[in-house]
Structure formats: C-alpha cells, structure tokens
Design a protein around this ligand. Structure first.
Ligand SMILES: Cc1cc2nc3c(=O)[nH]c(=O)nc-3n(C[C@H](O)[C@H](O)[C@H](O)COP(=O)(O)O)c2cc1C
Length: 433
C-alpha cells in the first residue's frame, strides 16, 4: 500500500475562481466550507493528509508589479491557513491536517505553542509544513529588508527545529497530575526551562502548555536543493517533491534514503510523496481530450505562467525576450530547484516555447479512467520506490468527487491504498505501512 496526500496548492485563497465548476467562489473563497467538504471527502476515501500551502505577501516580481497576480487572484488574496485546521479537524476524526509555517518569520516558541494547541484541538492530527520562504517581500512584511541567503535559511531552519523540539520536550511524561484531592494540577519538578542560546534563536522555555497527543506535530518539508534535502532528511516525517518522471522520483527517494541513513534515521520513518495531477474521464479518450483542453487553456495564459515562475524563482521573467532562449547562467536565491528544473526543460528553447506545451514528462502520466490511473500509480510506486502521491488537483466539488469517489475507490479495490485508518494519531497512520 502507499500513502496519499492532497496539496491545497494556493492555500486558503480564491484560486480557481474562474473555473467552470468553481461555484460562487468569488464571494465564498474566504469561508472555510469548501475545505471542510474537502476534508470530509478525503477522510471518507482514506487519504493520509491535506496540506495547506501558504505565503505572507502579494507578489510583484513579474514586471515589477502586483498587477498579474491580483488580476488572476494568483497567490493573493490569501487568508491564513492555520485558521482552517480546527475547522477541518472538527468535521473529521482521522485525517492529518498540515499547515504551512515559515521558519524565517515565525519564532519557534510561537510556532511550537500554536502547533501544540492545534494538536490538542484535533486529537493528534496536526502537521507543520516547514518552509524557509523564498520572496524578500515576505521578509519586508515582517520588518526585515531581505531574507537571509538561501543555504543560511536552511541552517536557521535546522536550529529552529532544535528549539521547537526542546520546547515540545520541556515537559516530562507524568508532569500533569490532575490531582483534585491535593489539589495539584502539575508537578513543577517535571517542567524545565530550555535556556536555548543559538546562532539565530534563543528561548528560555518551558513551553506554557502541556504535551499534546503527538507531542511533536508531523513535520513536512519540500526542499529540492541539496541544502533543502539535507534539512528534510534530518527532520521530516513526510517529504513532498515534484514528480517529474519515474527516474527522477527514484533518484529523489534514493537520495533521501541515503541522507537519512547518514543521520542515523530509518528511511521508512519518512514518507516521500510525489506530486501528481491525475486527469480522469469515463473513458481514456475523454480524459485525454480533457487534458488537451486544459493544456490549450494554459497556453492562452502566458502571463500567468511567467508570473508564477517569476514568483518562485524570484527572477522577473518579464525582462527577457519571449522569443529568445532563456539566458544562460541564471542563478537564484529563491526556490533553487524550480529554476534548475526550468533550465533543464529549456534546452535552447525560447521562453514562449517553454511556457507553451507540456513542462514535464509528468504531464503524460495519470490520464485516463480511474481504474487506468490507479493501475499506473501502482506501477510507478513499484518502479520508483516512492511512498505515495501528493495530488495537486483543483479544489472544486466536482474535482474532489472525481478523486474521492472515483480514483480512491479504484485504488482501494486494487489494495493500493487504505480502506480504513489503523490508528487515531496522524503520525501513527503515516508510519502504519
Ligand atoms: C509540493 C510543494 C509544496 C510547497 N509548498 C510551499 C508553501 O506552502 N510555501 C512556500 O513558501 N513554499 C512552498 N514550496 C516551496 C519549497 O518550500 C521550496 O522553496 C522549493 O521546493 C525549493 O526548494 P529549494 O530552494 O531547496 O530548491 C513548496 C514546494 C513543493 C514542491
């Protein structure tokens, strides 16, 4: 069996508001209902987790303006996804819920306390997607002129996790007495300061709340660069990565396995999920036609693609000639592996050619009937050694139904995904197989 997650890829936003089956998204996106419906459907069909993307800025990298981003409702406007965790938790009982937290702006004490609180509220089903952030605009919203340099951000993130871990462990087992007779709620001799003084953070501790059901939330990570992979291999319970091709998936999983062994970790203690965007139809031909239509719609939105790429790479793609090859030697302090992927695909092609047409071998995968796609997924897990898939499908009720009432039952019939939850806690379910 393998694991399944769903990436709410533009977080708690209006994303998809013009789509055919978006409902009245323009007036309702800022409400939690869609995500609560998604959570219920995901749990009904055996998913491990919902992962909520986040960033705290309105991008303006493309052409130096917010125009394209705000025109499309792309990456903004966006509410804080942490607010969704208790609400989705309230209508589910087993699904894991991962919210994105940045180690560059959240102080570890603040995040450790928030995550413990959410873990209590959800009965042990919370996770944190730890990102280092990749846009200076986010830093400026928190009063800093710029982000730290790329690899330094990952060094900060490692120290951040050390502080958070010490806070989560600042209460010994048995500290909470709840003795009504004495009366004595907590044994103060089992609660300790941490007195952490590091290169980037300091914190006295202890955490001012009791250990939560998981004690440490599930840690999720998505770094693609060597520094990002190293951080992920050291701390993560689940890693999410771009599933470019079967070979790329295999080499990614092998690399994480090797790094985990170096950290003295058991490689099966971290589940590596590969991104996938299945396109489903009642016949294979219908699914292929749908894929062709989606591709044509994307090709009409050149500025959308360039704005998205500008945001993640922190390079203004608007300053390059669309009909000339992507300039050689570009480097970034933003999301490095995304720029490397585009450089690999570019291969002498013009920016317009890169923007139009399939970006990856992945585009050819997972198109067909639910049964055909289920079979493909099983084969790819066998060949790649990956631990599962992270779907990035649109969040509308029709798309949710296609996945949770079509694809997931097809996977269950093949015995490839769970048909019931083995445990109560998120991490235990993640590690169940
Ligand atoms: C599936 C997936 C989800 C991601 N979610 C977020 C997110 O919510 N917020 C964010 O700032 N970055 C997000 N990222 C970007 C990563 O944090 C990171 O910047 C990117 O993978 C490049 O990492 P690298 O610089 O180590 O190559 C995501 C990346 C992937 C592949």
């Amino acid at each position: 069996m393998f694991h399944m997650g769903w990436f709410v890829g533009q977080g708690f936003s209006a994303n998809g508001w013009t789509d055919f089956w978006a409902g009245n998204r323009v007036n309702t996106w800022m409400k939690p209902d869609l995500y609560m419906d998604l959570g219920r459907a995901m749990e009904r069909s055996g998913f491990d987790y919902m992962m909520l993307e986040d960033a705290s800025l309105i991008p303006d990298t493309f052409n130096g303006s917010m125009e394209t981003y705000l025109k499309y409702g792309m990456s903004a406007p966006k509410n804080d996804p942490v607010t969704l965790v208790p609400l989705v938790g309230h209508v589910t009982s087993r699904l894991g819920i991962i919210a994105t937290i940045t180690t560059s702006f959240y102080h570890p004490f603040m995040a450790a306390r928030l995550m413990s609180s959410l873990d209590h509220i959800t009965d042990g089903r919370v996770g944190a997607n730890l990102v280092t952030a990749h846009s200076p605009r986010g830093a400026q919203n928190y009063g800093r002129p710029a982000l730290a340099e790329h690899d330094t951000r990952y060094r900060m993130a490692r120290e951040w996790v050390q502080v958070a871990d010490q806070l989560w462990n600042s209460w010994e087992d048995g500290a909470v007495l709840g003795d009504l007779e004495t009366p004595r709620l907590v044994d103060h001799t089992k609660v300790h300061t941490i007195d952490f003084e590091g290169e980037f953070f300091s914190s006295r501790g202890p955490l001012n709340t009791i250990p939560s059901p998981q004690r440490r939330p599930v840690i999720c990570q998505a770094g693609g660069s060597p520094a990002g992979r190293e951080f992920a291999a050291e701390v993560a319970d689940t890693i999410i990565a771009g599933g470019k091709s079967v070979e790329a998936m295999k080499s990614y999983r092998d690399d994480i396995t090797e790094r985990m062994l170096r950290f003295g970790r058991n490689p099966t203690d971290c589940k590596v999920l590969m991104t996938a965007n299945p396109v489903l139809g009642e016949t294979n031909e219908e699914a292929r036609e749908k894929k062709r239509r989606q591709q044509a719609e994307n090709d009409d939105k050149l500025d959308y693609f360039l704005a998205a790429l500008s945001y993640t790479t922190a390079i203004d793609m608007g300053k390059f000639d669309l009909d000339a090859p992507l300039p050689d030697g570009l480097t970034t302090d933003g999301a490095q592996s995304i720029l490397t992927d585009i450089q690999r695909i570019a291969n002498g092609r013009t920016l317009r050619e890169i923007a139009i047409g399939p970006k990856d071998a992945d585009s050819a995968l997972f198109v067909g009937t639910p049964d055909a796609v289920a079979s493909m997924m099983g084969d790819i897990i066998d060949e790649s050694g990956a631990d599962g898939f992270l779907l990035g499908n649109p969040i509308d009720r029709r798309s949710v139904s296609e996945i949770t009432d079509g694809l997931m039952p097809a996977l269950q019939r093949r015995g490839l995904v769970r048909d019931h939850y083995e445990h109560a806690l998120f991490r235990d379910n993640l590690l169940a197989f």
